[in-house]
Design a protein around this ligand. Structure first.
Ligand code: FE2
Ligand code: FE2
Length: 221
């Protein structure tokens, strides 16, 4: 999708605008072991928050096998990334999610929190999915995060191969592709207005991610 609609005007998809910027930032990060370890610890932290959030969105009686699988995949990604740090540095301070040992931890945390609130607010505003409200919040938040994760991990993985890095994220990517397929399928099944809702959420998420990227760029200058 090269263009998306906002107020009936076609604007360039924010995902396309940010490719070069993310590549530039990640190239700098990968070149420095300490920054790279901090970046991986941030990714691990975000995966961990994602897993925790999935559990929190549903009441106990509504936690299905699919939901358990999704949340445990995200927790496993957090672990894979945490273990990857040991291949980059022997510094033991990276064993916890201490903000001193992550790049822009607060900005990453705000990105997810704001995304969550934005989806809830919009679904409340359009008064959709009264009975399935919390499930659809989970589905839409997951969908936009999975779109972003697929894009981000693909760029990151390309740079890791290009620089001959001793870490790789291919195991995570194959899960994220499956998660995105699952969420796309759920949206198609449950939301008759999926097209306009997807456009709205992707545009808003693009703005939130751009803020995070901007902070990342500033912190490396
Ligand atoms: Fe993940
Ligand atoms: Fe995922």
């Amino acid at each position: 999708m090269n263009f998306v609609k906002e107020n009936n005007e076609l604007i360039e998809n924010p995902l396309n605008q940010m490719n070069e910027r993310l590549e530039k930032v990640l190239t700098k990060i990968i070149a420095d072991h300490n920054s790279h370890a901090k970046w991986i610890n941030l990714l691990s932290y975000l995966e961990f928050i994602g897993s925790r959030k999935i559990f929190k969105t549903q009441k106990n009686g509504f936690i299905s096998e699919e939901l358990l699988k999704h949340a445990s995949d995200e927790a496993r990604h957090a672990l894979i990334l945490k273990q990857m740090i040991g291949k980059i540095t022997e510094n033991e301070n990276f064993q916890y999610y201490d903000s001193k040992y992550m790049i822009n931890a607060y900005s990453g945390f705000r990105y997810i929190q704001n995304l969550d609130s934005m989806v809830k607010k919009q679904l409340l505003k359009i008064s959709a999915f009264k009975e399935d409200f919390s499930y659809m919040c989970y589905v839409y938040v997951s969908y936009v995060i999975e779109v972003r994760a697929n894009w981000l991990y693909a760029i990151y993985s390309g740079l890791l191969s290009k620089t001959g890095s001793n870490v790789n994220v291919s195991a995570i990517i194959s899960d994220e592709v499956r998660h995105l397929d699952d969420m796309t399928c759920e949206i198609g099944k449950l939301d008759p207005n999926s097209e306009s809702n997807i456009v709205y959420f992707l545009n808003k998420e693009g703005l939130l991610f751009e803020r995070f990227l901007c902070n990342l760029e500033k912190s490396l200058n």
